[in-house]
Design a protein around this ligand. Structure first.
Ligand SMILES: Cc1cc2nc3c(=O)[nH]c(=O)nc-3n(C[C@H](O)[C@H](O)[C@H](O)COP(=O)(O)OP(=O)(O)OC[C@H]3O[C@@H](n4cnc5c(N)ncnc54)[C@H](O)[C@@H]3O)c2cc1C
Length: 443
């Protein structure tokens, strides 16, 4: 069959994912031949949280040609060197997952294996955290951006904390400048062809928006991928029992720290994210173990700085759509899935969805093999991130609440079981190809 190119792309949703898609497509597609339209509705807000990222966002911003200093200014952002975990292993314990390596590996032996060996000898060795420059910098409340191309200073890694709504606004300006058309309107009906492909979206005011390819960035509901195409959902709540979050922004208190703080609590964990203009705070918890009011109270009690809004409760189910691409609809962002925010991977999943789409950009034949491959590799990525997040809960030694006892005793995915068995045996960490998290992170 002759390959007819895609001429009209329609994005539904103007949250972080919708505008990241619009910006990415407008940068990489030849906009003289493809029309990109984004529809968003004031009547349905955006999630509005999602303030911590991982270093890969630099790649996305670089692809767009965004200047880092301008980006930090416009998004009220701060630099993030990692995440400090408090009370996870057991009460009183803390460590930082930093975006930089530990020590120096030898050709066949990892640094941490040598460190483990030395630790077992009578002379011992100081804590492993002292061998990671990014981690040491975080503890000293210092950052070094672009400090060096070689030598130990080149190991400094960083990501960002940002105001996700300001980032979406920033990307909107970028995308509109590149020719993306924005429509304000509520999608109330979806027209499908006989074979189920989506042909047009009907807006409340009667407008009809036709398209060849539809990108569903409509948030948790999944307006096209689920409501229309019934793609189904893989539910991981048996491994990731947290299913609610309460968010409460506050005024800044104290110096801006260059890391996110994740403090384990009775039935989940609390985040603290420093931005220039405010502090993001939240409590991610399991509704089977804690009710919303108590969660909000615990969060308020732990929040430093004057609250800037009332606590807002959000509900979610950890997992992902069984098909992230079905027919001519691709789900990116929360419409595609949500693991949970512990390692700040959601915006990364948006970004990797966009680059996967660009690498596999279809024509009007929508080759089923291409769609299968997109779904296979997206699912694998979700599963690898899932295992990493489950690890945080599973390796707890806490037994002070029913929630933590459940986490400690629960079954975990076979892939994670295998990884844990390899590490317990001799400190070996095997990272599968394309696994987002490095050996350092797993360590
Ligand atoms: C508690 C919590 C904490 C999080 N923390 C982080 C974090 O630290 N780091 C991170 O990377 N991510 C985080 N995330 C995820 C992050 O918030 C999302 O990945 C990101 O905001 C993208 O959301 P979205 O654009 O997919 O959906 P949304 O923000 O929900 O946007 C949906 C859009 O669709 C539009 N829409 C919906 N229905 C219609 C309709 N019928 N007609 C027209 N328009 C419609 C809406 O108007 C809106 O513009 C967190 C999420 C939660 C729930």
């Amino acid at each position: 069959m002759r390959a007819e190119p895609i001429r009209q792309v329609v994005i539904v949703g103007g949250g972080t994912s919708g505008w990241m898609c619009a910006a990415g497509l407008s940068r990489m597609l030849d906009m003289r031949h493809v029309a990109v339209t984004l529809i968003e509705s004031d009547q349905i807000g955006t999630i509005g949280v999602g303030e911590a990222t991982i270093p890969t966002l630099q790649t996305f911003n670089n692809l767009l040609g965004i200047d880092e200093a301008d980006f930090i200014r416009q998004t009220q952002g701060t630099f993030k060197l990692g995440i400090e975990f408090i009370d996870w292993g057991q009460l009183g314990e803390r460590y930082i997952h930093a975006f930089g390596p530990f020590g120096r590996d030898r050709p066949e032996v990892r640094f941490h294996q040598m460190w483990l060996k030395l630790r077992s000898l009578p002379a011992g060795i100081s804590d492993i955290s002292e061998y990671n420059l990014t981690l040491v910098a975080a503890r000293l409340n210092r950052v070094g951006i672009g400090a060096a191309k070689t030598g130990v200073f080149s190991t400094l890694g960083h990501a960002y904390h940002l105001d996700a709504s300001l980032y979406a606004r920033y990307l909107r300006t970028y995308a509109e400048r590149n020719g993306v058309r924005r429509l304000e309107g509520l999608v109330t009906a979806v027209n499908q062809r006989e074979d189920g492909f989506v042909s047009a979206l009907m807006l409340k005011d009667g407008r009809v928006i036709e398209g060849d390819l539809f990108i569903d960035c409509s948030g948790f509901r999944g307006l096209l991928i689920e409501d229309t195409l019934k793609a189904g959902y893989t539910d991981w709540s048996h491994w990731l029992p947290c299913d609610r979050a309460v968010a409460l922004p506050s005024e800044n208190s104290g110096p801006l720290l260059p890391y996110t703080r994740a403090t384990a609590d009775a039935a989940g964990w609390r985040w603290r994210i420093p931005l220039q203009h405010r502090q993001g705070n939240g409590y991610v918890y399991a509704s089977a173990h804690l009710d919303d009011d108590t969660a909000a109270q615990r969060l308020s009690a732990a929040t430093e700085g004057r609250p800037l809004a009332d606590p807002r409760v959000l509900r979610f189910t950890a997992g992902h759509r069984r098909k992230l691409w079905d027919k001519n609809v691709i789900a990116i962002g929360l419409s595609g899935g949500f693991i949970e925010p512990l390692e700040s991977t959601s915006i990364h999943l948006v970004q990797s969805g966009i680059s996967r789409l660009l690498r596999m950009f279809p024509d009007k034949n929508f080759n089923p093999a291409l769609i299968d491959e997109f779904n296979r590799s997206s699912t694998l990525e979700y599963e690898q991130i899932r295992d990493f997040i489950v690890l945080h809960y599973k390796t707890t030694r806490r037994d002070d609440t029913a929630f933590w006892r459940h986490c400690r005793d629960m079954e975990v995915p076979d892939t994670l079981k295998h990884k844990l068995a390899l590490f317990r045996d001799s400190g070996r960490i095997f990272r599968l190809q394309d696994d987002l998290f490095s050996e350092t992170s797993w360590l």
